[in-house]
Ligand binder design. Structure first.
Ligand SMILES: [Zn+2]
Ligand SMILES: [Zn+2]
Length: 345
């Protein structure tokens, strides 16, 4: 089968690799679409380190093409997405219900072969843990391919404790930022403000339901926010761009009791500096958000099916797998939103 294989930083190759036979408890999914994620770019550039060779890709949708011995409840032909993280279920994080930060997590596309391929094997532990998520009939394959990153965005929303009327600043109008707009809106947040350098993304942010989309290069962010939120500043800020200095800026913009959620992965080994008195006297929280859970991925697909989330707004381009280089450069330039690779063409 064709597969996109990581060999070393800047060395990804489209190759023919052998399909391995299934072990008991495993299933094989014939992949239709795979979404290119910021993390795939970081793997390509070497700022996220994984072992080679590895088939990358952790956001995908397809049909079950083979079912291993002992698997119940999953049959050939089922249209599915897969929550790509295999969690242990036993560590302190798993026991506390925080499976997204399982200390023994292994992920398809990082530690295990992933979905930028004509097919992918879902390991027994993942099948047994409920990682295989059926796609509701009302949700298209393309939309379902966006369910994994949107589930991660939903985890960020959970971390932010958003209630009706919570003012939210979203730094970055990429696919995650736009998902945050929709999800924050769904919870009654307002005003929802997107700060984004690219004009086309600001326009999109408004289409996704943002009240304001501002250009942080036009005037100091604090000044522009003052006109919207008054002197207090926003209550929540999502940092959805991998620029460490934005965290410093966000913390300085928040109102008392505000929450900064660092959603984006950052370049390796960078430091920021924060005034501890801002955190102390203003009771500002700086929180991380990492990954998601199978439950959240299911919830996203349910919301897409009942129309409360529009995943189609997030997918901008579909390219054949052979054009993966073009997809990666679009992603680097911020040209599209979610770019999908089509494994069947
Ligand atoms: Zn991703
Ligand atoms: Zn665990």
């Amino acid at each position: 089968m064709k597969a996109l294989v990581f060999h070393a930083p800047e060395d990804l190759r489209l190759e023919n690799v052998a399909e391995r036979p299934l072990a008991a408890g495993e299933i094989r999914v014939g992949v239709r679409f795979g979404g290119i994620c910021g993390t795939d770019l970081r793997i390509f550039k070497g700022t996220k380190v994984i072992e080679a060779p590895r088939v990358i890709g952790h956001e995908f949708v397809g049909r079950v093409s083979e079912v291993g011995d002992g698997v119940v409840g999953i049959s050939e032909g089922m249209r599915v997405t897969v929550y790509p993280v295999v969690v242990c279920g036993e560590c302190y994080a798993c026991r506390a219900g925080r499976r997204n930060i399982c200390v023994n997590r292994r992920t398809l596309g990082y530690e295990l072969d992933g979905g930028f391929a004509e097919s992918v094997v879902v390991p027994a532990g993942a099948v047994a843990a409920g990682n295989v998520v059926p796609v509701p009939d009302a949700v298209s394959d393309q939309d379902a391919a966006a369910s994994e990153p949107v589930a991660a965005a939903l985890q960020g929303i959970m971390r932010a404790d958003i209630e009706p009327g919570t003012s939210v600043l979203i730094m970055g109008g990429g696919p995650i930022g736009l998902a945050h707009v929709q999800l924050a809106r769904q919870r009654g947040a307002g005003p929802v403000i997107v700060s984004e350098v690219l004009e086309q993304r600001r326009t999109r942010a408004l289409a996704h339901g943002a009240d304001h989309a501002i250009d942080p290069t036009a005037a100091p962010l604090a000044e522009q926010l003052r006109e919207i939120t008054g002197e207090d500043g926003p209550e929540v800020c999502f940092v959805d761009v991998g620029v460490p200095a934005l965290v410093e800026e966000a913390v300085g913009l928040l109102r008392k009791g505000g929450r900064c959620v660092i959603f984006a992965g950052m370049p390796l080994n960078r430091r920021i500096s924060l005034d501890p008195n801002v955190i102390h006297y203003r009771e500002v929280d700086v929180r991380g958000s990492s990954g998601s859970t199978a439950e959240l991925q299911r919830a996203v697909l349910d919301h897409a099916a009942d129309g409360t989330l529009d995943l189609s707004l997030l997918v901008s381009d579909v390219l054949p797998l052979s054009d993966w280089q073009q997809g990666f450069s679009m992603k680097t330039e911020g040209a599209g939103l979610k770019v999908l690779l089509d494994m069947s063409s």
